[in-house]
Design a protein around this ligand. Structure first.
Ligand SMILES: Cc1cc2nc3c(=O)[nH]c(=O)nc-3n(C[C@H](O)[C@H](O)[C@H](O)COP(=O)(O)OP(=O)(O)OC[C@H]3O[C@@H](n4cnc5c(N)ncnc54)[C@H](O)[C@@H]3O)c2cc1C
Length: 398
């Protein structure tokens, strides 16, 4: 991966912003169970951080994904997982399909204010009964004159309690499950949209995660993204950036936890020497550091190919899988060396242990990533015709 002075400048300026505008507040936001999304996103938008890869006509910088990579990697220096995840939803999970397939009108209405930081976006794919199996979502958007009438609900919606609009996946027709869905921009202040509850979570405390009810919600049909019936495919493409983003955003957090563990174990004595001086400890940390660098190399390779226009479904799935697993292994191994203090909420390693657990579940579970990789390897048993699962994130493999 070749980084230019522009990449380094982006890294520096974002790092400065994180050090002054985010990290000093993280503990308070974690306690509160949410961060002020409108306030923070407005600041990020004003500095141009929310539209790095978005078209210039809608306020973006029009840069390639190597700059998104730098941003996602640097967000890993935030002292929690919840805030970077919420920013990632805004930049690389709820808006890529809109930017790529939306009409000029719908982009002016939803993309431009999201890039400016005036709107907070959320992604409404998962439902109470459908997470891994995206094709089985039940929410419907039925035509009624110039509108859609939306009924159903969404589950585990990041930013859901604070969002201005949702990138909604809903069934707009009958027929084959991969061809009857559409993506629609759904304004959250519309009658019939209810934040049923904000969910209490193991980790990612500063990010609000909501269950949303949608009852007879009237949305203009012009808020459709791209073509009707193409929503499943658009969402699968959108997941490609989500997966890459998810993998890269964990790198610096993992390195930070290794560093913190070195500091702690160097200062802590047992049996007449520092914990770190036990070979099993410093060797294990060296091994984990090596794994992080290997993961970084895989991600950088996938991003290079992606920028070149390749379909990186296979490599992005591998990166997401490896990132989720390594984050779990690393946070667990490091926590062990902190002993009792590792079990205390006040230490960074326990927050990392809680937050990093999501990596193997959110944005497509490890097993879904494995299924995709198997499909590329030709080892996934064939499904009976008409009974294919349409698993989440199974993008271009289909
Ligand atoms: C904090 C948080 C934030 C989230 N944010 C969002 C968001 O903003 N928008 C959104 O749409 N969704 C969001 N999600 C939902 C997330 O993407 C789903 O939870 C995830 O895709 C898994 O779906 P599920 O929970 O329904 O698990 P299920 O589909 O019920 O699967 C349960 C488990 O079964 C196993 N499994 C599944 N399929 C297979 C298989 N084929 N073979 C073997 N094992 C399998 C896996 O281990 C999986 O973890 C969020 C979730 C969390 C926890």
């Amino acid at each position: 991966m070749h980084f230019t002075p522009e990449h380094e400048e982006l890294r520096r300026s974002l790092r400065k912003f994180i050090d002054t505008e985010i990290n000093p507040h993280v503990n308070v936001w974690e306690e509160a169970g949410r961060f002020p999304a409108h306030d923070l996103f407005k600041k990020l938008g004003t500095l141009g951080f929310l539209g790095i890869t978005k078209p210039v006509e809608y306020g973006g910088a029009g840069l390639d994904w190597s700059y998104a990579l730098v941003m996602a990697e640097e967000l890993g220096t935030i002292h929690c997982g919840g805030v970077p995840m919420a920013i990632g939803v805004q930049t690389d999970m709820a808006t890529p399909a809109l930017a790529r397939f939306g009409s000029d009108e719908v982009k002016r209405e939803f993309l431009a204010p999201s890039v400016a930081g005036d709107f907070v976006a959320c992604l409404g794919v998962s439902e109470v009964g459908a997470g891994s199996d995206v094709a089985s979502v039940k929410t419907t958007a039925v035509r009624s004159g110039g509108d859609y009438i939306v009924n159903g609900g969404k589950m585990w919606t990041t930013n859901g309690a604070q969002a201005d609009w949702m990138c909604l996946l809903a069934n707009t027709g009958e027929g084959a499950v991969h061809q009857n869905k559409s993506l629609v921009c759904l304004p959250m202040k519309t009658k019939g949209v209810t934040v049923a509850r904000t969910l209490d979570k193991l980790g990612m405390w500063s990010s609000d995660t909501a269950q949303i009810h949608l009852d007879d919600v009237r949305v203009p049909r012009r808020f459709l993204i791209g073509e009707e019936g193409r929503g499943f495919t658009y969402q699968m493409l959108q997941f490609q950036e989500e997966r890459l983003w998810g993998a890269v955003s964990g790198l610096k957090g993992m390195e930070r936890i290794i560093e913190a563990t070195i500091d702690y174990t160097r200062g802590r004595k047992a049996f007449g020497r520092s914990i770190l001086d036990n070979q099993v400890v410093h060797f294990r940390l060296a091994e984990l550091h090596t794994e992080v660098e290997a993961l970084r190399a895989l991600i950088y390779r996938a991003v290079e190919l992606y920028i070149g226009g390749a379909d990186v479904t296979r490599l992005a799935s591998m990166a997401k899988l490896k990132a989720g697993r390594l984050a779990r292994e690393l946070s667990d191994a490091c926590l062990q060396y902190w002993g009792g203090m590792g079990f205390m909420n006040e230490t960074p390693v326990s927050r990392a242990y809680r937050d990093m657990r999501l990596g193997s579940i959110g944005g497509g579970a490890d097993e879904v990533m494995l299924s995709i990789i198997c499909k590329f390897m030709g080892t996934l048993p064939a499904q009976p015709k008409g009974d294919r699962p349409g698993q989440r994130k199974d993008a271009a493999a289909d």
